[in-house]
Ligand binder design. Structure first.
Ligand code: APR
Length: 249
């Protein structure tokens, strides 16, 4: 792995970041890859490669087989709990301290941004560490975890479910509105570790660019965004982000 100091950045990019009053960041599963959490679409390791998303992350899958879906998320919760924020997460928490206005928009449900110290991430797809009543939507802090059954809401008796956005479901309105506002107002948008394929999150970089922001992609691989981004930093988030902060010193 290259050491952060080995990364060279365009002087105009560093100047734009230094001058920015408002920096926004959009992250995807790639920023958690160096924490050992598999991304969704990396063929050799992606979660979906091993599971059929239609079997696990949709309301109909949960209705059809709640135990399978509950157990998969319970397994992922254990993996997330055992993972640690990496240098990329920590660099974003540090960046937040250095700019007048900052917004972190994440598609990730692993909660690693909060654990790294990011104050108020906008969670477009929810958070796997939270569980809610599948009928009332209320967040449930404690439940009776039983190996043979999906826990039920103590209040209304409905099944409990992870507080994440499944395919076919709407994103939380407040989060989407906050992300839209950040994209429209930021001076620079860092797009880190996302394949930029899943909407509406994938629409944010184009909205930001139309609103005058500089778009910076940080990803070891090309994505549909690469052709239009103002800067493409081809590398791992855990290397590039610390190097970018070091270059701002
Ligand atoms: N640093 C930065 N980016 C990385 C790294 C890394 N170390 N490792 C992999 N990546 C990149 C991959 O090249 C890929 O472009 O991270 C991206 C991961 O893409 P996906 O697996 O598609 O994850 P994401 O973009 O977050 O998916 C969006 O799709 O399945 C739904 O709801 C799910 O939130 C998810 C959404």
């Amino acid at each position: 792995m290259a050491t952060p100091s080995s990364f060279e950045f365009d002087g105009d990019l560093i100047a734009a970041l230094r001058d920015a009053r408002f920096i926004a960041v959009l992250t995807g599963a790639g920023i958690s890859a160096e924490s050992g959490l598999a991304t969704f679409r990396d063929a050799q390791t992606g979660l979906w490669a091993r599971f059929d998303p239609r079997e696990l992350a949709t309301p109909s899958a949960f209705a059809r087989n709640p135990k399978l879906v509950w157990d998969w998320y319970a397994w992922r919760r254990e993996h997330v709990a055992a993972a640690r924020p990496n240098a990329g997460h920590l660099a974003l928490a540090e960046l937040e301290q250095r700019v007048p206005e900052f917004a972190l928009i994440t598609q990730n449900v692993d909660g690693l941004h909060q654990r790294a110290g990011s104050r108020n991430p906008i969670e477009l797809h929810g958070n796997i560490t939270r569980v809610k009543c599948s009928r009332e939507g209320a967040i449930v802090r404690h439940w009776d975890a039983r190996p043979d059954a999906v826990p039920h809401c103590a209040n209304c008796g409905a099944l409990l479910r992870p507080d994440v956005v499944w395919f076919e479901e709407m994103l939380p309105e407040q989060a989407l509105a906050a992300a839209d506002d950040a994209a429209r107002r930021c001076n620079v948008l860092l797009v880190v570790g996302t394949s930029a394929e899943v909407y509406p999150a994938a629409a944010l970089p184009a909205l930001a660019q139309r609103s005058g922001a500089i778009i910076v992609e940080i990803n070891p691989n090309a994505t549909p965004l690469s052709a239009t981004a103002d800067y493409v930093l081809r590398g791992a988030a855990g290397v590039v982000l610390p190097a970018l902060l070091a270059a701002l010193d």
